[in-house]
Write a protein that binds this ligand. Structure first.
Ligand code: TRP
Length: 338
């Protein structure tokens, strides 16, 4: 049996942070062991909203560098940026003709991103989910690791596959399974434990960026918000209990994730201690885990040719998988092959 095929994408917009690392990237790294993995920096999705060209170029390399530094192994996984493999855009067009306007109108991410001025949103933003379906199905990927916020897009991917299959009377595209990241690795803002750690938070103190050096990490953890109580002696027994001390449980959760321990073990170890002491220990593990990643990322950013060569090779490998699939789709649809 061949390994199941995984596809996932990440947008090249701004810095990756600890939340991305513990929530998503670490998962991607683990999946490499027993899956055929394609990981894609989705630059075509990024330009559905305005991107300064120079920023887009830098962010594409930066995100690729973070993934490599975090353990995506270009010798095993296929790492590339989306615009290099034209098959994504080609299949997306066909899916634009399969998906229905009514489906797109129900997409909550479109409504959020378009805001009040829907008429003024790009056509690309509206069609975003069809391109995402194409990203996945152009490789007939069966497993897609994503966050909770992408669940609706994956349901749409299944709808597209199903409608394509039934319209053309074929059993061609697989129904993709989402692999939703566990809530346990959900990292919250260091300034407000009720909000997710996010690259769009205006306060840089709210997050630990993969590019932050040890001093910056230490400073952010020292200033992280807590409450006057000591470290909890047990994991929260209910959501209410968690909500009463969101910052405390968030910092414990980060420590647990970084050390691969359970929240209960962390509570056993530090319960009752003042947060000042716990923050020292947290800084040590954060620097120990993130330090080597940051260092490798900085090294790669100083050698953009190395990053470009990896993306180039990844794109070539990706094209090789996509090409025969796209040819078959042309045959099914009745388009003359290129
Ligand atoms: N929409 C995803 C996000 O914003 C990124 C993405 C694009 C993606 N294409 C994908 C994720 C295909 C999984 C599979 O996070």
């Amino acid at each position: 049996m061949s390994k199941p095929r995984v596809f996932s994408g990440v947008q090249p917009t701004g810095n990756l942070h600890l939340g991305n690392y513990l929530g998503a990237i670490r998962n991607w790294v683990k999946l490499q062991a027993d899956h055929e993995c394609l990981y894609c920096v989705v630059d075509l999705h990024a330009i559905t909203v305005w991107q300064e060209p120079a920023d887009l170029t830098r962010s594409t390399r930066e995100v690729a560098a973070s993934l490599i530094a975090a353990g995506i192994d270009p010798a095993g996984a296929i790492l590339f940026n989306q615009s290099k493999v034209a098959a994504h855009a080609e299949l997306a067009w066909i899916f634009n003709c399969v998906a229905r306007v009514g489906w797109m109108n129900r997409m909550t991410q479109f409504k959020e991103k378009a805001g009040k001025h829907r008429e003024n949103a790009s056509l690309g933003l509206y069609a975003y989910p069809a391109l995402m379906a194409a990203d996945i199905l152009v490789y007939k990927a069966t497993h897609v690791p994503v966050g909770e916020d992408q669940k609706q897009h994956l349901e749409l991917t299944r709808d597209v596959a199903q409608k394509f299959n039934s319209d053309y009377g074929v059993d061609y595209f697989p129904l993709t399974e989402p692999l939703i990241y566990g809530a346990a690795t959900r990292v919250m803002s260091l300034r407000d434990g009720s909000k997710k750690m996010s690259k769009s938070d205006p306060s840089d103190m709210s997050r630990i960026n993969l590019i932050d050096d040890a001093d910056t990490i230490a400073g952010k953890i020292r200033k992280a918000r807590t409450d006057p109580e000591p470290v909890p002696v047990a994991p929260p027994a209910s959501e209410d209990e968690r909500a009463a001390r969101p910052e405390a449980y968030n910092l414990m959760g980060i420590y647990a994730a970084l050390t691969d321990k359970s929240l209960a073990e962390v509570a056993d170890e530090f319960g009752g201690a003042p947060f000042s002491a716990f923050k020292g220990a947290l800084t040590d593990v954060a620097v120990a885990v993130m330090g080597p990643i940051t260092a490798e990322m900085r090294r790669l950013m100083d050698h953009p040719d190395e990053i470009d060569a990896i993306l180039h090779q990844g794109a070539e490998d990706a094209r090789e998988i996509a090409a025969p699939i796209l040819r078959e789709v042309y045959d099914i649809v009745g388009l003359l092959r290129p």
